[in-house]
Every structure is written in structure tokens, then in C-alpha cells.
Design a protein around this ligand. Structure first.
Ligand code: ADP
Ligand code: MG
Length: 692
């Protein structure tokens, strides 16, 4: 028999095309969707309240006889109906009313109504109550349930939504939802069966603890939250299993002479954390299974060197490496570093971006196809169809939060042969709190570089209102006079890149006048790659004092001599992003400063956020606080992954359950049918497997 997920809402009484379209706006297409559309609160309409005992703010049912009904005029015309029971009088007031209503609400009529008590000109009043004339008996026994209040959309009123859910609920007896959680799990975790849970949620008994129901502590709601979290977790595990069912080329380190030469050429020693993470990666790479490793490390923790060691292992094993970064600037910077690092080893990396000219591009493509080019660095352009590798064995992705699960799966096509898939190393400076990482990235192993190179100075951070801009300009003047370099970052909320760039251009023009004696450069997303590279190069070489930029410099840009950063309108950015931006300074061993030039007045929330940044340098702590203030979707940048859109669960509120959810997974996975059904139920076809 068809389950509710296979029954269209149009089978319900009263649902035509028009209503179906409106329901679709709430994501409701079938009966299961309707049943998963949970009430936001409940009303107790099972008891009649004596009018004489009502107080302002009470919400409930009253019943009485109409003693008068008058259209009154005043500031606003209204229908005023006076109701009496044997304890007192109460007015019902309607600002919008029809002739039919007027005919119904005549003296002598018995009326039962529901509303919230307010003070009005006729004493206590109910405004626009829901009402029934000549009501039947009140429900008793099992029939006496709380009345649900649902989230609505335009054109769907509360009584209508209630009626639809009631119909869907009634159909559950003949068309139950399939229970996909094993009975043993329900028992161990004390979760109610799914149909029972839904009945409770849509029509709770009067005795139910409504606070618990709404706070998601009630077993009925908890059960749905757990199932949804579990489904998402399983989908990631499934991706992992899928990738690991493929083969990878084991990269045996052999003599590791390239690595030794590289280490000898570095001006510094690796930190303990860098060594530890490198060992983990080295071990993964020797396996015939594809590595899937996420390296997290705060800004400036030195992830690039770790990536280089992995790349050398692959090159030494006679295979190729691709390094992808999300932005042109960052990719270019990696290209420049690697070119410098590889040159003494007699190796030359290739460069590919969306803007690479066709002749140059053809050359790189030929080199990759023949195997002559051992490593290629670039943007998403690396994964275009015509990029064919002779023997690709390792893909390094910088700043993974911009790189989705689908894209990771798609890498299979770039493997060294039909039968193998490249190892994947993903690096991110976006600190992800542990529990979140285990769930949100359950498809990856994680390593953390939890140590900064020695000698780093804390960045002193201050927040100033825009009215003190002149002082800030003076500060830049003095700093540069001392031989420091500085960034001035322009932010705009407008989505349009063009406007951002315009703002940066205007700012640069103004600063060039105000700071006449300084060499001011400008870099933004709309400049040609070569122009950007030139400006960045000049800044890096100390030929510019001040670099005006848009947030394009947010990730990864590395100029150790820069020690002052001004960020305009910081209130418009997330904490994690601000922390990233701020991390552009404090990379050398000079004392560094960050000035947050905000636009007053700040909201309390805005103040709290800037305070977090002033007080902490620790990316993980900042991420945790950011999570509390903004919610995980923002922290992880999930618009790119599309994974975190929950119907019922909520990352922030329900994080505490993630550990338990992980514990539940193995038991469900014993029966793959359950896994697939749960993923289908909660994620639909948002993730496609197998065909990639
Ligand atoms: P991130 O982790 O933010 O990508 P980078 O890899 O860009 O950091 O490294 C930041 C800076 O620190 C670079 O200038 C790099 O050369 C330097 N660095 C990396 N590791 C060390 C180390 N062990 N000791 C000193 N400096 C280091
Ligand atoms: Mg980096």
C-alpha cells in the first residue's frame, strides 16, 4: 500500500491546484510533507473558561449567549458583540465583518469562541475571535486534544491547515509511514514509533507537556529530530563508503629525497603539529584506498607546507598532483610559492585558471596529458572536462568550505585510470567545532594543525566608529612611516561584485589623496589576473605601503611584513570571515594591529560579536561563538554544500545529539535498505550517488 510520501496533497478534500501551489511554497507536496509540517504551538480548547475569571492575556475558549450586537463608529468602525455567561460579560470585536456574520451574531444566539483577552473600550474584549454559533458538545476523553497552530503561508489560513493535517493524520491508519528505525534502536534510545510520534505532535493529549513538545525535549519531537540528523549522517557515510569502494594508487615514499631537499631549503623547522599531520597524510597516501582527509588549521598555522610535503610524495612516486584554490588570487599565490619551492628540485608546476590564455592553456594541457607537468595549480578550471591527466594521484583542495560533496565525488573522473580515484587532501582555515565536524564532515578523516609557528605576536584588535576615520588614516600614516605595511579592506553587503569593486576604487582614490606620501595599491575581483598578480607582487616585495582590497584577500593571502589591517563595516561580515581577514596580519614576528571601523549604531548582537573578536585570537573559540550567534549554516557556508537544510532538526539546537546519532548509525547500516530509505525520506534526491 502506498505510503504518505507517495500520496499527493491533491487527494485531500478541498485541495485543488491553487491550494496545492500555495502548499508547495511551504515545501508540502505529499501527505508525508504535510505530516512533517509540525505545529509551532498548541492551544487548549478543551475547557470552557468562565468569563468572570478572565484576565488580560488569557487565551482560551468562552461560551455564552449574545445579548447585544451593534455596529459602532469611532476612530474605526467595528462590530461589537456582547456575550454573557452566568459569571459575567465580554465583548467580541470585529473590524472586518460581513452581513452574514451580523445575521449570525444576533441576541439570543449561543456562541463558543476562542481568542486572546485584551483590554478594549468595552472592558475585556476578544478581537476577531474564531467562533462557532450553536456549538456541539466539547470533545471528551481521547477526542480531547490540544489544538495545533501551524506555520502558514499567504492564502492558507490556520483552520484550513488544521483541517488538512487532520485529514492526513486520519489517513495514517490505512497508509502508515514506514518505520525505518530498527525496533532495537527505538527501544534503546526510548524513541516512539514514527506514526505514534506524528499523532502526538499533531494532536497531543490535553495532559501533554507542551513546553517540552515545543522545546523538542518531548520524545515525539525528539524522535523526528534524531531520524533527520541520522539520515544526514548516513548520507555522508554513504559518500565515504562509495569513494572508498574505489581504488587509489598507493604512493610509496621510497627515498623521499625530494622531501629531504625541500625541508633543507626551508628557512624554518616544521612545528610539531605540522609534523604530526604530515605523518598522518603520508600514511594515508601509501594505501590503495583513496585518502579523504580534511586538514583544519587556523589562519597562519602553515597548511601550505604540509600540502607541499604531500605533493612531493606523489611526485616522487611518479604521479601527478592538482592543487585547487577557490579564488584566483589565492591560487596564484600558491602557484608562486610552489614555483619557488619546486625550482631547486628541478620541477616546474603548471598554472590553469579560467582566464589562462588559450595558447598557454594548450601547453599546460599537453604537459598534463603527457605526464611532463608533475603538478598543476589553479582554480575550478582544473576540473573542466578537457583537463586530462596522465597519472593524477593526489588532489589538494584549499579552503574546502567552498567545495561541495558533489564536486569531491566528481573527481573520480580525473583519476589516473578508470579503476582509480585520486587521493583527496582538503585544507581549511574555517575552524569547525569537533561535534559539528564529525557530523558535517562524516565523510572525511580530520587532522588539526593546532599550533602556530613560533614567534607569532597576538594581533591587537580595536573597534572604532566610522566618525573616527581621520584618526585611523593618521594611524596608517604613522605605521607606514615606521616601515610597516597595511591593508585597507572595503566590504559591502551588496551581492554585486561590481559595486564592491567600485567601493574599493573610491576608497583607494580617497586614500591616495589623504595619504599623498604613501604608495597605495588596489586589488579587487574584477581586475585581470596579471594585474592582480602584479599588485600583490609589489605589495609582497615592499614596493607598496598600503593595499586597498575587497574581501578577495580574505583567504590565504600571505604577506608576512604586513602588520596593520583596517576593516571597514565589520558588522556586515561573519566572525569567522573577520577572523580570516584579520589573519592577513600577524604572520611575521612583528606586533600587529587590526582596526574594525564600524558603522554606528551597532545592535547589541553586533556589539557582542565585535567583542568576541577583540577578546579572542583563537579561531576555534571564535567559530564556536559564531555558531552560537549565527547558526551553523553560516559558519560552514552551507549554501555551497546544500547539505544542512533541515526540515525539523536544527544544527545549533540539536548539536548535543550528534554524538548519539553517530552511535545509532552502525545498527541501521546493517540493512542498506533502511539507509537508502532514510536518506530518501529526509534528503530526497539532493544527493546522487553511483552515477558520478
Ligand atoms: P595557512 O595555514 O594560513 O595557509 P600558510 O601556509 O600560508 O598558513 O603559512 C603562513 C606563513 O607561515 C607562511 O609565511 C609560511 O611560510 C610560514 N610558516 C609555515 N610553517 C612555518 C613554521 N613551521 N615556522 C615558521 N614559519 C612557518
Ligand atoms: Mg592557506
Amino acid at each position: 500500500m502506498a505510503g504518505p510520501e507517495a500520496i499527493d496533497v491533491t487527494v485531500l478534500k478541498g485541495v485543488g491546484d491553487k491550494l496545492a501551489q500555495r502548499l508547495a511554497r511551504l515545501g508540502i507536496h505529499n501527505l508525508q510533507d504535510l505530516l512533517f509540517h509540525l505545529p509551532i504551538r498548541y492551544e487548549d480548547r478543551t475547557r470552557i473558561m468562565p468569563i468572570g475569571q478572565l484576565h488580560v492575556g488569557d487565551a482560551g475558549v468562552v461560551e455564552g449567549e449574545v445579548v447585544s450586537s451593534d455596529v459602532v463608529t469611532g476612530r474605526r468602525r467595528s462590530l461589537q458583540v456582547t456575550l454573557r455567561d452566568n459569571t459575567g460579560f465580554l465583548a467580541l470585536r470585529f473590524f472586518h465583518f460581513s452581513a452574514a456574520q451580523q445575521r449570525q451574531l444576533v441576541p439570543g444566539a449561543r456562541v463558543r469562541c476562542y481568542g486572546e483577552v485584551r483590554p478594549g473600550r468595552a472592558g475585556l474584549e476578544l478581537y476577531h475571535p474564531e467562533y462557532q454559533v450553536n456549538p456541539g458538545p466539547l470533545p471528551t476523553g481521547d477526542q480531547a486534544t490540544l489544538t495545533p497552530v501551524y506555520p502558514l503561508t499567504e492564502g492558507v489560513q490556520q483552520p484550513r491547515m488544521r483541517e488538512l493535517c487532520r485529514q492526513a493524520l486520519a489517513m495514517l491508519d490505512r497508509h502508515p509511514i514506514r518505520e525505518w528505525l530498527p525496533a532495537s534502536l527505538l527501544q534503546n534510545y526510548q524513541l516512539p514509533e514514527i506514526n505514534d510520534a506524528l499523532r502526538t505532535l499533531h494532536a497531543p493529549p490535553v495532559s501533554a507537556d507542551t513546553t517540552a513538545l515545543l522545546e523538542y525535549r518531548h520524545p515525539a519531537r525528539h524522535r523526528l529530530v534524531m531520524e533527520e540528523l541520522l539520515a544526514h549522517h548516513l548520507s555522508l557515510l554513504k559518500i565515504r563508503a562509495q569513494v572508498q569502494s574505489w581504488q587509489a594508487l598507493p604512493l610509496l615514499p621510497g627515498q623521499a629525497s625530494l622531501e629531504q631537499q625541500f625541508r633543507d631549503s626551508l628557512a624554518f623547522k616544521l612545528t610539531g603539529a605540522q609534523e604530526r599531520v604530515s605523518r598522518e597524510i603520508r600514511q594515508d597516501l601509501t594505501q590503495p584506498l583513496p585518502m579523504l582527509r580534511l586538514v583544519q588549521g587556523d589562519v597562519g598555522s602553515g597548511k601550505t607546507v604540509v600540502a607541499a610535503l604531500a605533493a612531493l610524495q606523489a611526485i616522487e612516486a611518479g604521479t601527478q598532483v592538482a592543487l585547487m584554490a577557490p579564488t584566483e588570487i589565492l591560487a596564484e599565490q600558491h602557484y608562486l610559492s610552489f614555483r619557488e619551492w619546486l625550482a631547486p628540485l628541478g620541477l616546474t608546476p603548471g598554472w590553469l585558471s579560467g582566464k589562462t590564455r588559450s595558447r598557454q592553456r594548450q601547453e599546460v594541457l599537453a604537459g598534463l596529458a603527457s605526464g611532463e607537468v608533475p603538478m598543476v595549480i589553479g582554480t575550478h578550471a582544473l576540473f573542466q572536462e578537457d583537463v586530462v591527466f596522465q597519472r593524477l594521484a593526489l588532489v589538494i583542495i584549499d579552503e574546502q568550505h567552498r567545495f561541495g560533496v558533489h564536486q569531491r565525488l566528481a573527481l573520480k573522473q580525473k583519476g589516473a585510470s578508470e579503476a582509480t580515484v585520486p587521493h583527496q587532501l582538503i585544507m581549511t582555515a574555517t575552524p569547525i567545532p569537533r561535534t559539528l565536524a564529525m557530523s558535517a564532515y562524516a565523510d572525511l578523516d580530520t587532522s588539526v594543525i593546532d599550533e602556530l609557528p613560533p614567534g607569532r605576536q597576538p594581533i591587537e584588535t580595536i573597534a572604532l566608529p566610522g566618525s573616527r576615520r581621520d584618526e585611523v588614516v593618521e594611524r596608517v600614516r604613522r605605521a607606514c612611516a615606521e616601515g610597516r605595511q597595511a591593508y585597507w579592506v572595503c566590504t559591502l553587503i551588496e551581492e554585486s561584485e561590481a559595486m564592491q569593486c567600485q567601493a574599493a576604487e573610491d576608497t583607494a582614490a580617497r586614500l591616495r589623496i589623504e595619504l599623498e606620501e604613501l604608495r597605495v595599491g588596489l586589488v579587487h575581483g574584477r581586475m585581470k589576473a596579471s594585474e592582480k598578480a602584479e599588485v600583490m607582487g609589489a605589495f609582497k616585495d615592499g614596493n607598496l605601503d598600503l593595499l586597498v582590497a575587497t574581501t578577495v584577500i580574505e583567504v590565504g593571502v600571505d604577506v608576512p611584513a604586513a602588520s596593520l589591517i583596517i576593516i571597514e563595516n565589520p558588522e556586515r561580515l561573519g566572525l569567522a570571515q573577520l577572523h580570516q581577514l584579520r589573519g592577513r596580519v600577524g604572520r611575521g614576528n612583528r606586533d600587529s594591529y587590526c582596526v574594525l571601523l564600524y558603522n554606528p549604531p551597532l545592535s547589541d548582537n553586533g556589539k557582542a560579536r565585535l567583542k568576541v573578536l577583540r577578546e579572542s585570537q583563537d579561531g576555534f573559540e571564535i567559530a564556536q561563538r559564531d555558531l552560537e550567534i549565527r547558526g551553523p549554516g553560516e559558519v560552514l557556508g552551507t549554501r555551497q554544500t546544500g547539505l544542512m537544510n533541515f526540515r525539523i532538526a536544527d544544527w545549533e539546537r540539536d548539536q548535543q545529539w550528534l554524538e548519539e546519532v553517530r552511535g545509532m548509525a552502525p545498527e541501521v547500516m546493517r540493512e542498506p535498505e533502511r539507509v537508502d530509505a532514510l536518506i530518501r525520506r529526509w534528503l530526497g534526491d539532493r544527493i546522487r550517488y553511483g552515477d558520478v
